[in-house]
Structure formats: C-alpha cells, structure tokens
Design a protein around this ligand. Structure first.
Ligand code: FA5
Length: 343
C-alpha cells in the first residue's frame, strides 16, 4: 500500500474508532492505539524510510497533518465526553429540594454606624455634613485655632509630622477654619473624619481613630444650645438612662470650654479598679465650647456680632458606650464573631 492509501485507511479506521467510543476512557484507548508510541501512526511513519529520499519530506508533512487532525478530533471528543460525565454526576448529586445555603451578608462596622447616626442627628437639625483633608498644615491645625507655635497645648495633640509644616491631623477642628473661610454665617456643619495621634494604645486610645466635629455660628448662639444638642445626641445614641455630664475644661480655640463625659460602660459608674475609666466612673467622649473670639477674628467674622459653639467627639468612644464594649481595640481586630454580634 502506498503512503496515500495507508493514510486514507488510517483516517477511516480512526473515524470509526472515534464514533464507536463512548466516554473518556475509551477515547484514551483510541489515542493510544493510533497516536501512541507503538500505535498505527508510528507504523505508517516507519514506512517513510522505504521511500526515495526526495519524497520523504512531503510524506512526513502529510503524516504530520493527519496526526494534527486526529489530535484535534480526539481533544474535542474528550471535552464533550467530560462535560457529559460531569453533567451526569451533578444531576445525580444535586438535591434541588435541599434548602440553599444563605449567602454571607456583610454589615456596617459599628464605628461607621455611630458616625452615620451622629451625622444623621445633626442633619435632621439643619447641619450639613462636610469632610476635609487628613493631612493639614500647621496653620489649620494650630495657628488659626488660636494655638501659636510656642503654645503648650500643641503638646496635647501629640502629632505625626510629615514635614516641619505638615502633619496628619490630630483632630477634626481644622475643618472649623476651612468651613468658616468658605462661608459667611450662619454656618452649621458636622465633620466626620479620621485623626492620628502618637498616643499609647490602651482600652480607650488608638493612634488612628475617628472624630465627629460640630460647628454652629450665628447671631445669638449660646452655650445652652450646645448643651441641648449634645445631650439630645447622647440620648439618641445611648438611650435616656445613660448619664452625661459637662465638666469645665480648657481648649485654646473655645472659651468657655467643657469636656463631655458619660457613665463608664465597663464599671457602670462604680469606679474602683476599672481599667477603662481609671476609677472615675466616667469616660470622656469629647471636648466642646464656645468658639474663641480670636478664632472668629482669624476667619474675618466679627465676634461682636456672631457667636458660635463647636465640639469634637471620639467616634470609637461613643461606640464603646453604645455597644457596651470593654476595650476600644476590639473594634479593629477584624474578629468576625465579635463584629457579627454588633451587626
Ligand atoms: C479635641 O480633639 C478637640 N479638637 C475637641 C474640640 C472640638 C473641643 C471643638 C472644643 C471644640 P480632645 O483631644 O479631648 O479634643 O479629643 C476629643 C475626643 O477625641 C476625646 O474625648 C476622645 O473621645 C477622642 N480621642 C482623642 N484621642 C484619642 C485616641 N488616641 N484614641 C481614641 N479616641 C481619642
């Protein structure tokens, strides 16, 4: 038999074998029988040696083309057979009446929920929510807030400096200045945002935390508004049972100033050896006060016409109280079981 006849014979037998084989295993057998080392194609290849040398390259090419076609046909048949086998095995195993596994649902992080609720409370009272940069120059962080370079209060904000004049903001108060520079009174904003301090981490402190700043400036604004708004916010967040107190304090950018405390969520006001409140029975939520006349002057507001109040509350501290958590670090340990309980 010449080469052309031999290849034709091979093709016909291969197609027959392919047609008669069902399933991946029998296709493997066809592959071995035709394309394997001792298969039919090898026998045909050997016959090339008997041809005159000039005819051998063309003969080799013909055989290669035939082999390529066989391989393609085999691969396609194999893919089809596998798909059928997988389909068959799935249809045997899937019980369509079996209840489905509910998809895992994410939830809002407790800190974000508190931040959202604080903003929602103030929005309902006519405040706008604004956000500002986390990297600020000295001017917005300190100078414009009535904290000149030599002022000892700068040390209270133990800051991360990026350059001698740029720092990661240690509080959201710079946004008081940015807002008042951009708008004439009346101004009513609430500013949620991340802050950074070189504080030692413990049950109440993180080096990266969040604050919500509030600012109201208009004619005739007084401390009574501030107390009313903040007490209302605490009631809404923590319920009416939770006690809140305003303790006289000092901030260079407010006068008078107060710190706002609430009953310690760990010892519930008992104090003693409590590691959360250090035995005082109270935990500080934030600072507040009447905007200092110098701050108003720094943004070209006339302090004889306008007055305002401002506050800055720690969002994680509020979350500690709201969710009865004993350590601020727990919020950021990515402990699913813990976060699921608060979802
Ligand atoms: C301030 O940051 C002032 N800017 C607040 C203010 C605004 C006063 C407007 C007057 C007018 P203070 O340093 O006390 O103040 O921080 C405010 C609150 O942020 C704290 O009471 C606490 O709740 C939270 N906080 C401060 N440092 C940390 C920290 N390291 N980790 C977690 N929360 C913190």
């Amino acid at each position: 038999m010449n080469l052309i006849d031999a290849l034709e014979d091979l093709r016909a037998r291969f197609e027959d074998a392919l047609k008669n084989s069902a399933g991946a295993d029998s296709l493997d057998a066809v592959r071995v029988a035709f394309l394997g080392r001792s298969g039919d194609v090898t026998a045909v290849r050997r016959s090339i040696g008997k041809l005159p040398p000039a005819e051998r390259p063309a003969a080799g090419q013909r055989i290669n083309e035939a082999v390529e076609k066989m391989e393609r046909a085999l691969n396609e048949a194999q893919a089809k057979a596998e798909a059928i086998e997988v389909g068959a095995s799935l249809s045997q195993r899937i019980d369509v009446t079996f209840p489905s596994i509910p998809p895992q649902q994410g939830s809002i992080h407790p800190m974000k929920r508190v931040m959202h609720d604080v903003c929602a409370y103030f929005e309902r009272h006519g405040f706008a929510v604004v956000v500002g940069p986390e990297i600020e120059p000295d001017y917005y962080n300190f100078d414009a807030l009535n904290i000149p370079p030599e002022h000892p209060a700068r040390e209270g904000f133990d800051s991360f400096f990026l350059t001698p004049n740029l720092l990661l903001r240690p509080h959201t108060s710079p946004m008081q200045i940015r807002t008042m520079q951009q708008h004439r009174p009346p101004v009513a904003v609430v500013v949620p945002g991340t802050c950074y301090r070189r504080d030692a981490v413990d049950a109440r402190h993180l080096y990266q935390f969040n604050q919500c700043e509030g600012l109201l400036v208009d004619e005739g604004v007084h401390m009574g508004h501030l107390k009313g708004m903040l007490t209302g916010m605490c009631r809404e967040l923590f319920g009416s049972e939770q006690q809140v107190r305003f303790r006289p304090s000092y901030f260079p950018f407010t006068e008078p100033s107060a710190e706002v405390d609430t009953t310690c969520p760990l010892c519930r006001g008992a104090g003693g050896e409590c590691r959360m409140c250090g035995g005082s029975g109270w935990i500080e939520l934030g600072g507040a006060g009447m905007v200092h006349p110098n701050v108003l002057r720094n943004v070209d507001y006339d302090p004889d016409v306008y007055s305002g109040w401002a506050f800055g509350f720690g969002v994680e501290r509020m979350a500690l109280v709201r969710y009865d958590v004993d350590d601020i670090r727990r919020f950021f340990e990515n402990d699913d079981a813990f976060l699921e309980q608060l979802a």
